[in-house]
Each structure stands twice: as C-alpha cells, then as structure tokens.
Design a protein around this ligand. Sequence first.
Ligand SMILES: Nc1ncnc2c1ncn2[C@@H]1O[C@H](COP(=O)(O)OP(=O)(O)OP(=O)(O)O)[C@@H](O)[C@H]1O
Length: 583
Amino acid sequence: MVNTPVTSSPARTRRYPRKVLLPLACVATAGALYSTSDSFRHHTLAFRRALLAAEAVIVTGYDYKFSLEYGNRDLKEGDPEDDRERRVRRSRLHKRSAERVMAMMRQNGGIYIKLGQHLASLKYLLPEEWTKTMEPLQDKCLPSSLESIQALFLSDLGQPLSEIFSSFDVTPIGVASLAQVHRATLKDGCEVAVKIQHPALGEFSEVDMKTIAALTHFIAYAFPEFEFFWLSEEIQDNLPKELDFRYEARNAERTAANFDCARVQGSSSAVKIPDVFWAQKRVLVMEFMNGSRIDNVEYLNANNIKVGEVSREMARIFSQMIYKDGFLHCDPHPGNVMIRPTPVGSPSPFNFEIILLDHGLYRELSPEFRLDYARLWTAVMDSDEEEIKRRAIALSGIDAYELFACILTGRDWDVIQDSQLTRKVRNKAETSKISHGAGNWLVEIADILARVPRDLLLLFKTNDLLRALDEDLGADDGAQMGTFAVMGLYCAQVIFEADKKEIRQTLTRASVSTSADSSSSSSITGISRSMTLMFASVGVWCRAYCRFLLKTVSLDLFIWWIDQSQANSVLYRVASTLGLSVL
Ligand SMILES: Nc1ncnc2c1ncn2[C@@H]1O[C@H](COP(=O)(O)OP(=O)(O)OP(=O)(O)O)[C@@H](O)[C@H]1O
C-alpha cells in the first residue's frame, strides 16, 4: 500500500511522454517520407508558383494604388510642365509593373507565358509599356528535355520514340509556350512534324488556372473600376481545349474541309492546312511543312512573292472563316502562319501557299452574330456614324461607339470619321497615339471589353494580329485598300444572303395569306393586300440584288485592277481613285 504511489508515479511519467511522442514520431516519419515523395515536391512547387504570382500581382497592385493616389501630390493640375512630369511618372510605373509581372511569368513558365503572350497582343487595351515588355514572351521559350519527352511517349502511348519513328530529330524546329515541334520520319517513310506538349505543363496547369482566377478576383477587389474577369474566363474556357491536341486535330480537319468545300464552289484560295496523321491528348503528328514565317520579307522577295497579294489573300482566308464558315482560327500570329512557293499539284491560284498552323484556339460564330458583325464593318468602312452607333448598340449594348470602333479597327477615330480607314495604312504616329490613348482610356476600354460578347473579344484579337502582320509585311496603301475590298465583298455577301432570307419569308407569308384568303373565299381586298405585299417584296428583292451586284462587281473589278496595276503604275493610280470611290 505504502509503495503504491512510488511504483505508480514513474509508470505514469513513462506513459505520458509515450502518448505524445508516439504520434509525434509517426507524424515526423510520415512527414519525412512525404517530403521525399513526388506529392510533396508537387505541392511545394505548386505553392511556390502561386506565391510568386501572388507576390508580383499584389506588389504591382499596391504600386499602382500608391503611385496614382499619393505619387503625384507635388504636381499641380493644369500646369503643362507638371502634366508632362505626370505622364513620365505614369509611363515609368507601367514599365516597372510590366517588367515585374513578366519576370514572374518567365520564372513560372507554362501557362503564364501563354497569358503573357495574350497580354502582348492586347494592343487596343493595354498601355504600350505593357505590350512591348511582354513581346519577347512571344518567341523565346525554353525546350523540354529529350528524357522528359521519351518519358511522355512511354506514359501516354506505351511505346518509345524508336518504335514509332524511323528517325526523330532531337533538336526541335519550334518551341512555343505550350508545346515543341520536332521533325521526324514515320516507319512508312512519311516526313512528319511531331507536336509534343511540354511534359511539365499538365502538372501545374490546374493550380495555375486557379491562381490566375483568384488573382483576377483580387484585381477586381482592389480596382473595382477594372473588369478583368473576361481574361480569366477566357483562359479557364480555352486552355483545357488547347491542352488537348485531339481538339486541335478536329479543328484542323474541319477547316481543311471548309476550304475544300469553297474550292468546289469555285472560290479558290492559297491556304494549306497540314494533314493530321494522328492525335493523342499530348502528341499530334502532322504533315511536315517546308517554308518560312509569313513575315519574312526577304524570303518573299527571294521567291518573287508579292506582299500585296499575300495580305489580300490573308484577308480572303480570314473573311471566309469569319463571314462564310463561322469557324475562326483565333491565334494567327506570324509564328503560326507559314508561306512557301506553290508546290506541284497545289490548287493555289497564286505562286505561293499560306500554311495555317496551330489550330488549338477556334471560335464558332452564329449566323446572327456574323450578320451583325458584317453590318458593323460595312458601316465602319462607309464611315457611317449613325449606323456605327446603331450596330455597336445592337452587338454589345455599348453607347461609346467611337471608342468601340477604335478598338474594332485599331485605328484613331479621326481616321474612321474622315473615311481614311480603307485608304491609308496606320503609320507610327497613329500607332503611338492609340497606345497613349489606351493608357488614358483604360477604365472605359476595360468596361467595353467586359460587356462585349466573348466572340467579339477574340475577333478583336484576330483583327489586331492580322493588322500587325500587314504592318510587318510593309503593306502599302494600295494593299490596304485591297484587303478592305476583299472584306467588303464577304460582308456584302452575308448581308445579301440575310436580305434574301427575309424577303423569302415575307413572300412565303404573303402567299400563305393569299391562299388562306382565297380558300376561305374572303374579300377581294384581302387578296389584293397579299398581292401588294408580294409585289413589294419582289421590289425589295430586286433592289437588294442590284445593290449587292453593284457592290460585288465593282469590288471585284477593283481587285482585278489592283492586280493589273502591279505592272502598270498609270492603271494603279486609276484603280486607286476608283477604289476610293467604291469603298
Ligand atoms: N506541320 C509543321 N511543319 C513544320 N513546322 C511546324 C509544323 N507545325 C509547327 N511547326 C513549327 O513549330 C512552331 C510551334 O508550333 P505551334 O504554333 O503549333 O505550337 P504552339 O505551342 O501551339 O504555339 P503557340 O500556341 O505559342 O502559337 C511553329 O511556329 C512552326 O515553326
């Protein structure tokens, strides 16, 4: 009895630490095991990426808030010197912010590079300091190692490279943000381009997308006047598709079929879509294409390819996609468009073929949208202010039609208003005016972009890329008029088809009511009303047809004259004058 406390006490003290230590030891062992596991590595890296992104965005947000609210307190409003100083400080603020964000994007890689490329293309939205700083992300990407690619083939296809290809060039011919492309030969001797997704991309794409969504919410909270959700929504919607090459294969095949169909209907074009051999989620094997980037002017000159024809043909290809097929390639940057002299057996009517690559990002456009869009562009090309206003409201409910037209065309409002849009290419002074304007109108532009339909957002980007391409090619005023003439033809076609449909419906209604009137042996007035309606519809149809015919024939003639003018400068001047009056 006396010994009880003595014997029981050490037992109790021994039990207490064991109770604590055992679970601790278990946790420590599990932790040690976990820390060497792949899962630990993944979570640490994912956390680090999110942290880097958050740091860059939060610091930038704070910098903007602080600099704009307190940074200019020493400057007086209305003083020209101080205004200049304010502009200089704002420009510096944009530059250092863009550099900070770009450094983070480079460090994180993967879809952050893709996002940076997207930002670089938003010339109508972001200040020049941002778009220029982001530009290098468009061409310099790091290749994935051969070992990681071997591992990807084994995990996704269950076969090593040597089982599938008789030769495989280990040096990639192109390295982009999402994938790299290698030249290879299949066992049957076919030369192919093998597009392989960067193996590390899949691992972090989900967490990266979530981080970007969360940071967009932060921007919306810190700067309620800016609506940037659409950017994050675009990424959430499009990226999963771009990361599955089976979508890309289907898009490529559908586009090739659309152009084949147009050829059968008599509208030949210089477009070439590489044939797809087979596609897996992360590997796409397609026909190998020789040629050069489309903006390589030296290559064009060496092969006697005319810049004017190339830019007109690009306008034709993209107008067909937008207005006729309603199935649009939304990433036509120069790295995705190649050109080569026409090979034997090609259906191209020119001495070149335009090769469209990268069919990952497409948009389906409804017939109603295409019609509204064609009417809007026709109004803009005609400098018809009232109609631009009406169409801008119809398409997006936006009253700020001047700014809307500027975003659509990438041109200054004065140029649109003075009917110079179709006649003069954009020069450096205008580009810089637009970029500065973008800096001053940030809030209004962000508001427009948040409210326009998402299809229109991608069309803005496509327009911008095509315009930039024309500028890189050095297309002159004549080439510019040619591209607008081509677009005018497609717009006229869409509007005419819609008019025809409407008239047909009116005629059907009139004939139905005539037969209903006569079968119920109703009054003569009923029949005569229906007959009047029918005659009126035929009248409207004839007017619409004549208008369409006049427009298309004159535009066709204009394009033909431009072609002749390549050899004859007098004809060129006449063609230009005629073109101005037609357009
Ligand atoms: N069929 C092909 N034949 C020859 N070269 C090709 C072919 N397909 C792609 N390439 C080359 O590989 C590069 C990258 O291809 P692609 O644009 O399809 O990749 P991506 O990852 O989708 O690029 P991004 O999304 O950044 O535009 C192209 O710029 C081109 O140089």
